[in-house]
Design a protein around this ligand. Sequence first.
Ligand code: NAD
Length: 413
Amino acid sequence: MQEYNLYINGKWTKSSNNKRFYSIDPSTEEKWASFAQANEEDVDKAVDAAHLAFCGEWSKILPSQRGYYLRSIGDKLKENAELLGKIETLDTGKMYKETKFQANYIAEYYYYYAGLVDKIEGSTLPIDKPEMQVFTTREPIGVVAAIIPWNSQMLLTAIKLAPALAMGNTIVIKASEVAPAPIFELAKLIDQTNIPKGVVNILSGFGDECGKALTSHPKVERVAFTGGVPTARHIIKNSAENLAQVSLELGGKSPVAVFKDANIENAINGVTASIFGASGQSCIAGSRLYLEKDIYNEFLTKISEKAKNIIIGPPMNETTQMGPLCTLKQLENIQEKVRLTIEQGGNLIYGGEKPKEINQGFYYKPTIIACENHDLPTAENELFGPVLSVMKFSGEEEAIKLMNDNSYGLAAG
Ligand code: NAD
């Protein structure tokens, strides 16, 4: 079994109480890697290391040198895209063709910020007082805590880590307890760049232990969070005591509307990719579909045909179009919400079950449910799975009203 440890102050270390937890390959349901389970003491060590680095060596390094480190991380991502893709696929069940592509592509984020380091400007503000000159200047803030969800984690790490380093901050990253391996593979690559010790620290652990300790730590000046809404509420509470700046990128229940004058084939392809890509485990998944009533029957028939033909299978296979869900907990939540929706009047058009021909893994069929209204459980809540709830509308005004009538706001089509 593969073993991963914490990356604190440039060293690999077990957790202070020696506890470990495991990651499960969603396509086989087998444990494949073990991780050190960071607790409050480990968080303290990581934040102290980041704080010391921020006050010391890192603060004296010139912007162009920070750019050099960022470019090196980008280069290493490109060189190791295949390995990173394989590890992410093993850990999350996401398709290899997607994870490999992402690892390669994400290098560009590091290159972008590498180019930005020496172009960070302030402004001169006009003021009606001749004896004064007013200007703004941007300065690093200190230790940044980055809390990462399990999906699209290479991207979500890049958009926190790269700008933090570009600006001269230091960082402690907490990987998700669900599938932390890719972030530790990234840590190995960062270590190879010889970036000063303590600038980047990476922890694995649980939200209510490691995540809570990190986001409430008095030496953390900024919290960058991506994840679900219930967790975000904890993050705000945790960081409030310390008055840390917080950014939250949360979930979605994104609507897609198709009007009768649309190119139907294009629309079907768009809707299919939007909800069944990554098995629906994307924050911007188009999980609420509104069809203009004139095309409702035709569209529903055609999209169900399309769903039936999606090839479900092992995520490493080139021919697979939909892999498993990441965890058993997610699978069970989806099964429950689909059951409740049907019980409350939802009409199951396709799917709604595990594929019978696959015996192992957290697989679930692409699922389409026709709903009288969008207050039914699958139509109202983020499921993070391949479930499309379909409703009708008449005219543009009603379409917009229905699309906006949900507590989430992230994407729309
Ligand atoms: P999650 O909210 O369960 O967990 C996210 C992270 O928060 C994990 O690292 C977890 O350990 C940590 N955490 C949990 N409790 C905590 C606490 N009390 N204090 C501090 N940290 C804590 O989310 P997930 O299941 O990993 O990811 C899926 C969610 O993320 C979905 O809602 C999805 O829409 C959202 N997401 C949003 C975006 C975006 O850009 N808006 C991108 C990807 C995912």
